[in-house]
Design a protein around this ligand. Sequence first.
Ligand code: LFR
Length: 484
Amino acid sequence: TPPTAFAAADLGATSGRVVIGRVGRDTLDLTEVHRFDNTPAQLPDGLHWNVLGLYQKILDGLREAARTVDIASIGIDSWAVDYGLLDADGALVATPFHYRDTRTGPAVAEVWNRIQARDLYRITGLQHLPFNTIFQLAAEKQLDRARTILLIPDLITHWLTGSTGTEATNASTTGLYDARTGTWSQPVLTALGLDAALLPPLRRPGDQAGTLLPHVVAATGLPEGTPVTAVASHDTASAVAAVPATNAAFAYISCGTWSLAGLELERPVLTDASRAANFTNELGIDNTTRYLRNIMGLWLLTESQRTWQARGLPHQLPHLLDQAARSRPFAAIVNPDAPEFLAPGDIPARIAEHCARTGQNPPADQGATVRCILESLALAHRHTLRQAAALTGRDIRVVHLVGGGSRNELLCQFTADATGLPVVAGPTEATALGNVLVQARAHGLVDDRTAMRRLIARTQQLRRYTPGGDTRAWDSAAARIGLS
Ligand code: LFR
């Protein structure tokens, strides 16, 4: 039998893509048909996503896919947390905010006044990030006009099909979802005074969300009746689903705009120790728990490149990585998760300030800055994985690094050296692959999670990095910034 083709639309915080995945019994192949920048817009009231532009780009990609091959189904995933509000007529109430907008500052204390952080963690198991949906909703000024809250992939799905639902892996990032029962948490909603009717019913990865609306059929050339399948619509959940692990003692780092580092567990860990370490229990496919922590990730690098480009300085990645490789090791180390690195802006200047404040000489040039970013990320990877192992009593034998960061050889090698563990890098497009394979499984082409992972391990290009270098130098660098 010939392979079956699925379209996956994957929206990341810096770029989006539409890919075609062809899945056969023993084959898996991915073709990118459309890639586009995702450029947020700073407006007088804050930082927003251009969601209509992104929707349009997805339609362009689907049209291209339809021209190429017969598409059995479509899946949509994106970053988590953010949402659009629909009014009683189904119209978008306002332009969705970007999670890096700073308006949620005061909302955090307001929420914790209504429900203690400790109680919230026992229910949701969610790491504290100031932009979690729960805090955004507490700062939301348009809630009175809203009848429905839709997370970004669900909003796109609604525009494609007219159907309304919330996919569960992404719901688990809101702060409104009960990690124990797998339902919206009525006690949390009550504490916040949020009407449960605002939250659409939950869908699970693999459920059919709907079929394309007539105007979407007309715009894309896809056949009438083409289904949109709910995938693991939180991009990180799709990426973890596509980790090509063959050894059960694996950890993963999904490395793109963020580094999401952790373990796959059978059930959530909701202890006070886990909360103190700010680990999250987000939902993965098959009701697994993605036990991980957010690390600032390649954002530090891409945002530095943006700053340098605006100044007319060299900003091409190969050049910068080459300079970094020649720079002195451990000259400056930062804690990548310091709050000052979250908002868009001049990251190199903030790194320099951070170094000055922590008694270090600021990086002298671009190469030193990039070296500082990569070594600091590797140290954060190490710190997070060690804590994950300690908090769960699990052993880690191998680290799978997936996503765009798997192409960054320096970062992969640093991560192997810092952790003292072998790093298997790739696939780069793990998220799109996870999206495709959940659709393929819903269509009966792949059996289970293990089979999905084996198929990826067999068909995708992976690269292995062996730990080496000076372990003690990593230890003392870690100690310098409290990331031991
Ligand atoms: C990665 C990601 C993270 C989430 C962050 C904000 O793309 O989805 O998992 O914490 O973006 O939504």
